[in-house]
Design a protein around this ligand. Sequence first.
Ligand code: GLC
Length: 740
Amino acid sequence: MRIFLRLLLATACLPAAAQTKTAAQRADSVLKLMTLAEKVGQLHQLSSDFATGPIQPQGDRQAAIRRGELGSMLNLMGAARTRQLQEIAMQSRLKIPLLFGQDVLHGYRTTFPIPLAEAASWDLPAIEQSARIAATEAAAAGIHWTFAPMVDISRDPRWGRVMEGAGEDSYLGSLIAAARVRGFQGRGFGHTDAVLACAKHFAAYGAAIGGRDYNSVDMSPRMLWETYLPPFKAALDAGAATFMNSFNDLNGIPATGSAWLQQDILKKQWGFKGFVVSDWGSLSEMINHGYSRDLRQASEQAILAGNDMDMESSGYAQHLAALVQAGRVPISRVDDAVRRILIKKFELGLFDDPFRFSNEQREKDYYNHAGHQAAARSIAAKSIVLLKNDTVSGRPVLPLQRQQRIALIGPLVKSQKDNLGFWSFDFEDDSSRLVSLYQGMHARVGAAQLRYAKGCELTGTDTSGFAEAVAAAVDADVVVMQVGEGRDWSGEAKSKADIKLPAVQAALIKAIFRTGRPVVLLISAGRPLIFHEVASEVPAIAYTWWLGMQAGHAMADVLFGDYNPAGKLPMSFPRTEGQIPIYYNHYNTGRPAQNDDQRFYVSAYNDLPNSPQYPFGYGLSYSRFVYGQPIASVLQPKGATTITLSVPVSNQSGTAGEEVVQLYIRDLVGSVVRPVKELKGFQKLMLQPGETKAVQFRIGTADLRFYNAQLQHVWEPGEFDLMVGPNSRDVQTVRINWQR
Ligand code: GLC
């Protein structure tokens, strides 16, 4: 019998070139050989060397691997370490290779800007390249699978995980989701630089009530289809190999136990052929939700709902075999889940060579890759959003002048790790590779022109450093301050009710402002912060997010104009927490406020302007872009035709620069109320000094579609406003009437 098994397995594992069997056929041939315990093992995933969630006792992992009862692991680093565990898997009866997963969201060895920062670049090729480099480096370290892209739409900066996504807009978020999946999966599985992508967290995790992580989500199916599902569909259409479900209950059903999400929508309606993994412990957390009596029931509910792999709950490991033997779970469902996972392992080539990713030489090749670091610097500069740049003494404060004496002040100026942000990795020689603002500026102008004072800590009440900071400011022509959040102030389980810039930092800014020196404020954070106290005072502000390991060079590139900033906000910035949720594509209501001052019987707060501090899509440049009158090719189109909206955009400055020209559409009357505007296109273009370009957008009925009350994706004839401009607020409008 054993000879037969080996022979059968050998044919199943012959190099693909030696046989014409597909991954599915090869998976089937292995499936036939598996015991129930081995099948369950493929659905069981445990964390290895460090935790990214609550830690549970999990027993002897290596023994489980040796028995063929643990099919995947996460959170282990390096070619040597992954090889070591894979060698144990090769001692199992069927030698089914382990699948190694990791949260590689914005770089592995080369840390890129956080995803929300990259979204601010609106530069899809750069975003794709960032994911491509992350995958290349992670794969060289033995990682087969990244738990990214996170594609959760969120309109609530109290939720710390906004830093992982692409902001509030479904159109932009969908394009970025697809770009990231393409980047991670590259030329396709089988190449040793292509890793499985994982669209997460399915679904609507970003709408947690109150912005409180893991909290409930309750929304209409129409809102789900209109806003929260499209980025997942975009990821799937781009070929995402896996999905991860989410911690939240959605309309009363925890996502991990939702057959509607995982079977009806994902696997049946969308035809998803990959596999679904639960989020860390989310299967067992259905007990806390009050949806499952115990882990046995939670396991039954999850597998029947379409959750294929169980991360860290050990529910399947403990109960699935018994559930099958008791007739509670059909073996066909278990086989389907196992098959989905085996197919990916075959596609990755792991059966042909289980060690093909764990290559220490390739890992070394990417250890300090100059090209990767240059790419990180480039997209970091593109991610910076210039929010304000007033004129002081006859000239804009930015860009800085070469000969100016510059005081660098603030708690983040010399910090290296804080620029890496959440979901980043530490390596032993990091300090020589990470570039703080101080180091970036020093490399640019040398020490003689620089003054430095920390001024204060990130938080607390100690102002004893203010005097030194004031002295440094007085001894300079211009002050550059870097303030904001510490490395892990945003991220998972980092929801905050108060997202103001810490008081001690605001006090330091005011103290420096009172010296009369022009102040440039760089705000580094993982989320939109509230800083209206200082926003009106300082003449120049740039949002510098968490820009990764090349942060200092990127900030210097923008400060000196080596890179003319072109970033645009992917989220609305609230004036206060009380305004949240605030987002640009809201409904008009029956009593819309016509301006920021209108209060009388309109939908407005009585204690602050209705508009955000900064609107979605907002960002300035050192150039001066002027928009001409937009013209529609047809004002009364009929039926399924396409029209063109054309708008001349001029650079009326002496500085070449990029502009993100944005197209918004409003459906004025619908069978359900429609947003006051929705992003439906954008073009990022370079304009030389004095250059004018006619920017053209092609618009078809597909751009007019929405989900009606019956959840049909339709367009309805009538009047539409076509709007173009540099952001979601400052637009010019052409009204058309589109009939069937
Ligand atoms: C975490 C996160 C998820 C991550 C997973 C593995 O709890 O919610 O995004 O991929 O666990 O680290």
